[in-house]
Design a protein around this ligand. Structure first.
Ligand SMILES: Nc1ncnc2c1ncn2[C@@H]1O[C@H](COP(=O)(O)OP(=O)(O)OP(=O)(O)O)[C@@H](O)[C@H]1O
Length: 585
């Protein structure tokens, strides 16, 4: 049993509560006192019954009893609220610590993790599982503690009054424990099934809301309605069968509780009626205490269910914590102090999945002041190449070098800190236009943000937005067009003033006239930096110092625009199509 507790995921998350040990001690101490004041009136009732039975009692004695009962309620009120506040706030703090620690850990994880695990699944860990632990710390554990304290309190009082009554109260315990086991075996699996069904329906609806435009455009409403109906019916049916099990369980509980009380009342009464038995008052106290104990014990089944839920959540949280980033600073990695001046790929090969090579023996070198254009058919591995140089993934073979040093011997932050990256799907975060451009350069002045927006060709449209740079973007704000998003992303990259600018289809959704303007602006910055630009539109990379053509993950051609056109290979073919027949300009 001890071993099992120590191996449980909940137990391993317990150190999270350690910083709040004082609060827990106060909360538990106050809970103990609250239980004391909660049980005290049962003793007073016993005294009152005995006083009535004795007769000839002065009325002020009853006033004293009444005042005593009032005092116990006052004590109960103070300690109960002290306990609830301390344990409740402790649980909130643990939830906050856990959520932020999880998020911090997630930010360290590599793209392989995010590629394999569904976003909804990761979200469920950060929100639902963390919430279920909060319920455990604030509710379940306090209810369990309350039952344990009540248990000892009741037996303590009974032992003090009459040990035989304490013994009688043991009689219904096996019955109660049997009912708890029955509940655990029959009803809990049904509820677990229902929870899984609710998870499935949530992810289906979430997915459909995101894709509503497509559903409506394809008039697929009836089809999707059918899927949602199907999932919702599964949920309804599993909850209904859980309710049916519960409905069958409730009479059983009452039957067992009734038998228990009948036994207690009968046996206790028989004891009390004997000449050497407990007094009438003690008997009354005993019955009241039994009521305090027996019904909560039947609730243990529900609490155990919550414990199991919390254990499952803790396990999922542990799994995320245990996942170590595949890419992190090597032991002895040094920071890249000087600006990136040269970047080399030496026979780099890579595969996302074994046996499915994406890049094979890719080699190239770019230096300061140069621009490398990367072109090739869709799926050729262009974005993958860019992600390798950002160390989102590690090459399987070959080496990537920065200023002649192996990339994996340099610290991640020092290299990434020198890169301005515009990803293929220009991502907009919640916040203002200015916040979005400033991401990664929090110190930048408003003037610098404006200048970056100008270079990225974004100034014109930002200035006509309702609140200019202060306009809110993202899910809760304004939606931008694809080309506008790309220009905001480009401004973000430019603002960093990076020695290495990596543009993955950075201007693909921008019209050709605006693209030309952006290129002119970027050209003026290019002399002291290194640019790698991936593009389908050849006009984007035409001016590059060199162009690399990737086909099926291999370097098919390499050279300047004119050299490649002259080769009459893949590039020349693409150029012919895109330029409408003109071979060389
Ligand atoms: N995270 C990933 N996990 C597994 N496979 C991936 C992943 N990302 C890309 N791939 C696969 O790797 C191959 C190359 O993809 P990549 O995005 O590098 O191509 P690309 O040349 O940039 O294509 P496009 O021009 O369409 O953007 C594709 O076959 C793609 O399916």
């Amino acid at each position: 049993m001890h071993q099992a507790i120590r191996e449980s995921a909940l137990w391993r998350l317990l150190p999270l509560t350690w910083p709040y040990k004082r609060q827990i001690a106060v909360g538990l101490g106050a809970n103990g006192c609250a239980r004391f004041f909660d049980l005290l009136p049962t003793l007073i009732v016993g005294q009152v019954v005995d006083a009535i039975e004795q007769g000839r009692v002065l009325p002020d004695r009853f006033v004293t009893y009444a005042l005593l009962v009032l005092a116990t309620f006052a004590g109960l009120a103070v300690f109960q609220s002290l306990s609830s506040y301390n344990l409740g706030t402790m649980a909130q703090k643990v939830r906050h610590d856990l959520r932020t620690a999880l998020y911090r850990h997630l930010q360290r994880l590599d793209m392989t993790f995010f590629g394999r695990r569904q976003t909804g699944d990761i979200l469920a860990v950060v929100s639902n599982d963390v919430d279920s632990l909060e319920t455990f710390f604030s509710d379940t554990s306090t209810s369990l503690v309350r039952i344990v304290i009540t248990f000892f309190g009741v037996y303590g009082i009974l032992l003090y009054l009459d040990w035989r009554l304490a013994l009688v109260l043991f009689v219904p315990l096996p019955l109660a424990l049997w009912a708890v086991r029955f509940f655990a075996r029959r009803v809990q699996p049904q509820y677990r099934q229902a929870r899984q069904a609710v998870g499935r329906i949530n992810s289906l609806v979430e997915n459909n809301i995101n894709g509503m435009e497509v559903i409506q455009a394809y008039t697929a409403e009836a089809e999707q309605d059918h899927f949602v109906n199907e999932q919702s019916s599964l949920y309804r049916d599993s909850v209904c069968s859980a309710l049916w099990e519960r409905a069958r369980f409730i009479p059983l509980i009452y039957l067992i509780a009734g038998t228990a009380f009948a036994l207690l009342i009968g046996l206790g009464g028989w004891f009390a009626a004997r000449p050497a038995g407990p007094s009438l008052g003690e008997y009354a106290t005993f019955i009241l205490l039994a009521m305090r104990l027996i019904l909560p014990i039947f609730a243990v089944g529900r609490l155990l269910n919550q414990v199991q839920r919390a254990e499952a959540s803790a396990r999922r949280i542990q799994e995320v914590f245990q996942r170590q980033p595949l890419i992190q600073d090597a032991a002895g990695a040094v920071a890249l102090a000087e600006p990136i001046e040269r970047l080399e790929f030496e026979n780099v090969s890579f595969a996302y999945q074994p046996e499915m090579p994406i890049l094979q023996n890719v080699s190239f070198a770019v230096g300061r002041g140069e621009m490398l254009g990367v072109v090739g058919p869709t799926g050729a591995g262009k974005s993958t190449l860019v992600k390798l140089l950002l160390r989102m993934y590690a090459p399987e073979q070959g080496r990537i070098k920065v200023n002649g040093r192996d990339l994996d011997q340099l610290t991640l932050a020092s290299v990434r800190g020198q890169v301005g990256y515009v990803s293929q799907d220009a991502f907009i975060f919640q916040g203002s236009v200015e916040d979005n451009i400033r991401l990664g350069s929090p110190e930048a002045s408003s003037e610098a943000v404006r200048e970056a927006a100008r270079i990225a060709g974004a100034l014109e449209f930002i200035e006509v937005l309702p609140k200019g740079f202060a306009t809110l973007l993202g899910e809760r704000g304004l939606s931008l067009s694809g080309g506008q998003r790309q220009r905001i992303s480009l401004a973000r990259a430019v603002l960093r003033n990076p020695p290495l600018l990596v543009l993955d289809e950075a201007t693909s959704s921008v019209d050709t006239k605006t693209e030309e303007l952006i290129q002119d602006n970027l050209q003026s910055l290019q002399h002291d930096r290194l640019v790698i630009a991936v593009a389908h539109r050849l006009s984007t990379v035409r001016q590059s110092s060199s162009i690399m053509v990737l086909v099926d993950g291999r370097v098919a051609e390499y050279g300047t625009h004119n050299e490649l056109v002259a080769q009459k290979g893949v590039y020349a073919g693409l150029w012919r199509v895109q330029s409408g027949g003109a071979l060389c300009e």
